[in-house]
Design a protein around this ligand. Structure first.
Ligand code: HEM
Length: 222
């Protein structure tokens, strides 16, 4: 077995891969949420469309995108394998005791918040990335118009907001947990990392959730 297969095979190797891919995905989300704020520019989508066009025609961004999709796949596959290994290592589940009181709900339910985010991602890519970048299925609309029209649907928008609440909880636990896995739990920095995790998860989840809310309110007020 080569080093990569060995690393991937051990639980600690899997956790390290999850931590690294998770932090990489956080960087992507920061870029994505700030780029998408152009949706609020009140210019009929001109700045947002131009930004999306530039991003999708930039060679470096295209290469990073391959890494992004590989990161997403590794993160989810590893998460499921670790979760199922932990479950089978403890066949009699909490027969005698409840889960440790101090273990927060979020940390015990990372698998479920992660699963909803995965479902969200499939729906999200199908709505935007696939028609814009793969099938050329825009029906003559711009990316801004596709986004605005998608969020006119209350069910679609509500699902986005729900998924963003879970994304915020997932990131809040995942961010500090990743530093812990990487052995960067120095007492001097750890509370700073926790605070940074809270700030990032709030900025990312509230930033994204504000977009469907904004467009849906525009729809009902017009
Ligand atoms: C209201 C929130 C969001 C809006 C309006 C939005 C909008 C978009 C749009 C228009 C695209 C296509 C752009 C292109 O291909 O150049 C896109 C791509 C993408 N989005 Fe989102 N997004 C949102 C939230 C999210 C979240 C929360 C995630 C991850 C959990 C995410 C992950 C992705 C990925 C992986 C791609 C494909 C990669 C890329 O195009 O760079 N998005 N998004």
């Amino acid at each position: 077995m080569n080093w990569f297969a060995r690393t991937f095979n051990y639980s600690i190797g899997r956790k390290i891969i999850m931590a690294l891919t998770g932090l990489f995905l956080v960087f992507f989300l920061i870029e994505h949420v700030f780029g998408n704020l152009l949706l609020f520019a009140n210019d009929g989508g001109a700045a947002f469309n131009e930004y999306s066009h530039d991003m999708s025609h930039n060679t470096i961004i295209r290469i990073v995108e391959y890494l992004l999709f590989a990161g997403i796949i590794f993160h989810f596959v590893d998460g499921f394998i670790l979760w199922s290994k932990n479950r089978s290592a403890r066949p009699i589940r909490y027969q005698m005791s409840k889960p440790h009181e101090k273990t927060k709900w979020t940390s015990r339910n990372m698998i479920w918040s992660g699963s909803v985010i995965l479902i969200f991602l499939v729906i999200h890519l199908k709505s935007f990335f696939v028609p814009y970048r793969i099938t050329d299925g825009m029906d003559g609309k711009t990316l801004f118009e596709i986004t605005r029209d998608a969020f006119a649907n209350p069910y679609y928008s509500a699902f986005y907001v729900f998924a963003m609440i879970l994304l915020g909880l997932h990131l809040n636990h995942g961010f500090s947990s990743a530093f812990q896995t990487l052995g960067l739990r120095h007492p001097n920095f750890y509370s700073g990392i926790k605070i940074l995790g809270v700030i990032l998860s709030l900025v990312i989840s509230l930033g994204f959730a504000s977009m469907p809310i904004y467009f849906y309110l525009q729809t009902i007020m017009n």
